[in-house]
Design a protein around this ligand. Sequence first.
Ligand SMILES: Cc1ncc(COP(=O)(O)O)c(C=O)c1O
Length: 427
Amino acid sequence: MKTATNPALSSLVRDQINRPSPIRQIMKMAERQNILAMGLDPANVISFGGGWVNHSAPDEFRQAYESVVKDADLFHKSGGYTATLGDMECREQIARFEEHLFGVPRLGAGHIAIGMGSTQLTHDLFRTLLDPGDTVMLLDPTYANYEGQLAFSVPGVKIVRLRVLDPATWSYLPETDPAGIAKEFSRLFDQHRPRMVLFGAPDNPTSQVVPQALADVMLAKTSEAGAWLAIDFAYKAQYFQAPPAYYAWSPADHPNIVGIHSNSKWARGLGRRLGWIEAHPSVVEAIERVQQCSILCPDTLSQMTMAKYLKGAIADGSLRKYVANANALYKNAADVTLKAVDTHLQRPRLKPFGGLYTVVDIGTNADEFVPKALKATGVLVVPGAGFGESLKNGVRISFGPLVKDTPQIDEGLARLGRWMRSYACDT
Ligand SMILES: Cc1ncc(COP(=O)(O)O)c(C=O)c1O
């Protein structure tokens, strides 16, 4: 008998398996088996690792699911395909949502492509807008998944980084040195001619927003050069201050702007996968071609319930109230977190504009610090290097999962602080 030869995985996948997401690695380290293997009691572990929200979805939204599930005809309908770009009524309601909450003008269903969450949409958007060999400009630090998403969707893409965090002073440069950062952006743009500039508003891990002045420079440079300006709005509805004017920029006025949106965070729908792209109709039509090959159609039940919920909640004003209440909850968790960092860690940190996170300068290599801290204290934070070079001595602290249990935030950071003082003496 001939010996079997195992078929090989693709070279792209083999390459990417060897570069796992550092955040996933840390989250794996915090899995029950590993915690037990470290001699810790899983019940005593306090995790600031999770990039997820923990408030409740609107009850009217839950009721929308109930109304579909209890009606045999509607339930049958929810098992059918919708159009590849999503159901027209849901696309229309999402356009109304953006107009109602943020004042985005002249937006219609033709500017909206619905997908299975912003992760899938971002991958398909890169596939739609970029070619191998193109350059993409990202911030440093920024969301750690972009690098892998770019590698998978556009092999050979080059990445250039605009440093927005000064690790020496732990300051967010677009706020502390607006003229300097605008100049540096223009210099990098002219030198590398990126096909796309991409930033998150607010960003993960910093929870900072690019100020209007820098966004204006980015828009001017990209539109003049025929490049895309993509804004990841996964945390758009989570803000603690008035948002900048570009939250209301419309693709009806700016054909090179693409917004990436998600229902994961604002409506606590992380697992009920639904997101959308907001873009010029020519981009939306192009995404249709890509989604025909990736998802065929977004989830029908999620679209039926979202359309129903939004229609009612916009009309009776409950959507605004829901978003305001959720934001008050996260603002409170952010305040508790900053106070606990200042009291117990006494290290530089950033004040979140919105979102779920702050980043703290721990003054030493965080890849080494984090596993030792977990083992010694049962407290998990995320090391910063995966988000960019500027954060290699920093950690991301997420208050999202603990939003309804803020005493745990203080308890976790008190534990970490006590250990850090002894760690500093030992190293
Ligand atoms: C900046 C950013 N974009 C996108 C996502 C993914 O969102 P979704 O659940 O819509 O795929 C996340 C998740 O943490 C994120 O932080």
